[in-house]
Design a protein around this ligand. Structure first.
Ligand SMILES: Cc1cc2nc3c(=O)[nH]c(=O)nc-3n(C[C@H](O)[C@H](O)[C@H](O)COP(=O)(O)O)c2cc1C
Length: 208
């Protein structure tokens, strides 16, 4: 797949068909991740690849399986989301958090080493490890797309990261930035509307 075709095709998909993914493809996706830029030249990243459904179920136990419209409304209010397009996107995404991971062909947990307290950084450079793993994650998303699969991600909330560490047994000094769901898109799903933008509005030549 051509690079720009891959860029344009990559979309977050939260409805997966019943499908599998082979190890060779998973390795290509992770290899693409490992090619991403890195702040400290170490690429001290690990990836837990989970295809065993029982392990996935244990891992996602803390994520609400069902969420009512009232609960979604409360979340939108709590997060101060007042843009209509943004609200529609969240209304679509919030109820699918459990399902997208449960139904994925595989769940990948990327891990990066964090030496300082990430929630209390002294300066921006203390977040470089987090920034680098996100470069890695985007490379993986593009590779997933190029391989004919689709992806979704979830940021772990509350104690989900600690729970994941207990279930998957990764070391204390590694952090999980997100869950990655990989699968074949379900048939007939519609793209989620994105907030329109104009390049002319966002590019500033020489001065803002
Ligand atoms: C930092 C970050 C955090 C995100 N958190 C979540 C999340 O917790 N759950 C989820 O379903 N999607 C999450 N997403 C996916 C976004 O909702 C999605 O990328 C966005 O709606 C744009 O759609 P697209 O990926 O199809 O272009 C996150 C994306 C980013 C970059």
């Amino acid at each position: 797949m051509d690079f720009y075709e891959t860029i344009n095709k990559r979309r977050t998909i939260r409805d997966f068909a019943n499908a599998t993914i082979d190890d060779a493809t998973i390795r290509k996706i992770i290899e693409a991740g490992m090619k991403a830029p890195t702040n400290d030249h170490m690429r001290d990243w690990h990836f837990i690849v989970i295809q065993d459904k029982q392990t996935v179920q244990k891992l996602i136990e803390k994520i609400p399986m069902k969420i009512s419209n009232e609960e979604v409304n409360a979340i939108l209010q709590d997060w101060n989301l007042d843009d209509a397009c943004q609200q529609r996107a969240y209304r679509n995404a919030i109820p699918k958090q459990y399902q997208m991971l449960a139904e994925a062909a595989c769940v990948i947990i990327p891990l990066f080493k964090q030496k300082t307290d990430i929630l209390h950084p002294d300066n921006l450079s203390h977040l470089n490890g987090l920034a680098s793993i996100w470069c890695c994650i985007e490379n993986m998303f593009l590779a997933i797309t190029a391989e004919g699969y689709a992806s979704a991600l979830r940021i772990p909330l509350e104690d989900e990261g600690d729970w994941a560490r207990a279930v998957l047994k990764f070391p204390e000094d590694y952090l999980m930035p997100c869950y990655i769901a990989v699968g074949k898109p379900a048939e007939g799903i519609k793209d989620i509307e994105q907030k329109p933008y104009s390049l002319d509005n966002v590019i500033h030549y020489n001065l803002w």
